[in-house]
Design a protein around this ligand. Structure first.
Ligand SMILES: NC(=O)c1ccc[n+]([C@@H]2O[C@H](COP(=O)([O-])OP(=O)(O)OC[C@H]3O[C@@H](n4cnc5c(N)ncnc54)[C@H](OP(=O)(O)O)[C@@H]3O)[C@@H](O)[C@H]2O)c1
Length: 211
């Protein structure tokens, strides 16, 4: 049994926690305000879920999801996440997060910056271009003609492999590694035109190449 730490309990964190619990994973959720603010969510998720502080959740997880925007001044529980796969759901949105000049100029991707914050972890960009409320509605069983695909990018092959979670939830995986290539699935790129209703593997691969 795998325990997944879901750090960030907003739209994305909550929906992913629901998905993971429905697949039979144990989930430990955390937000910035503390576990007492997550009582309702834990009640909804049921006995496979509990809430904890960020560092406690990070320590409990066999893998972790970061479901909050990147900030240069973030202090992550790096020791608790060392050696673990960390799925980063963040999209760089300058209107929300402010401008990062090196990201704007293409020197570095925002996911490489997150990897630098967690140097001993295996960061993968994942779950970034499916709108949280549509996660269940867009999922399809393997082999369905209208099955959509989601991107994963990482500098660590084992982190991309963890996106077998995509398959379990109901999506194909397109590997767009390494993290330096992850700009190809950023808001505003050709693939992003389909982020509301999704796209199949072939179209996603073509759109990544067009970016
Ligand atoms: N919304 C979508 O459909 C969607 C889809 C794909 C990707 N994304 C990306 O996924 C990320 C999350 O989006 P969202 O819409 O879920 O955001 P959101 O609704 O604003 O939720 C953010 C959550 O992260 C928590 N948080 C903030 N800083 C934290 C920290 N340092 N440690 C632990 N928890 C922290 C917040 O806790 P408090 O409430 O206690 O402050 C809140 O629970 C964003 O980067 C977004 O670009 C969003």
């Amino acid at each position: 049994m795998t325990t997944i730490a879901v750090l960030g309990a907003g739209e994305v964190g909550r929906q992913l926690a629901r998905a993971f619990v429905s697949l039979g994973y144990d989930v430990v959720v955390a937000n910035s305000r503390g576990p007492a603010t997550l009582t309702g969510l834990v009640h909804e998720l049921g006995p496979r879920a509990r809430a904890a502080s960020v560092s406690e959740a990070a320590a409990a997880g066999d893998l972790a999801v970061l479901a909050f925007p990147y900030r240069p001044d973030h202090e992550h529980p790096a020791a608790e996440l060392a050696g673990k796969v960390v799925l980063d759901t963040n999209n760089y949105m300058a209107w929300r997060d402010g401008h990062f000049p090196d990201v704007d100029s293409g020197v570095v991707t925002v996911h490489e910056l997150r990897q630098r914050q967690l140097p001993a972890s295996k960061v993968a960009k994942a779950f970034t271009h499916v709108q949280a409320p549509r996660l269940f509605g867009l999922s399809r069983p393997a082999g369905a003609p209208d099955r959509r695909a989601l991107v994963a990018s990482s500098d660590h092959p084992e982190a991309v492999a963890v996106t077998r979670l995509y398959d379990e939830i109901g999506f194909d995986t397109v590997d767009n590694s390494p993290l330096s290539e992850s700009w190809r699935s950023s808001p505003g790129t050709p693939m992003w035109e389909h982020h509301v209703f999704g796209q199949d593997r072939d179209l996603l691969v073509r759109n990544l190449a067009r970016a």
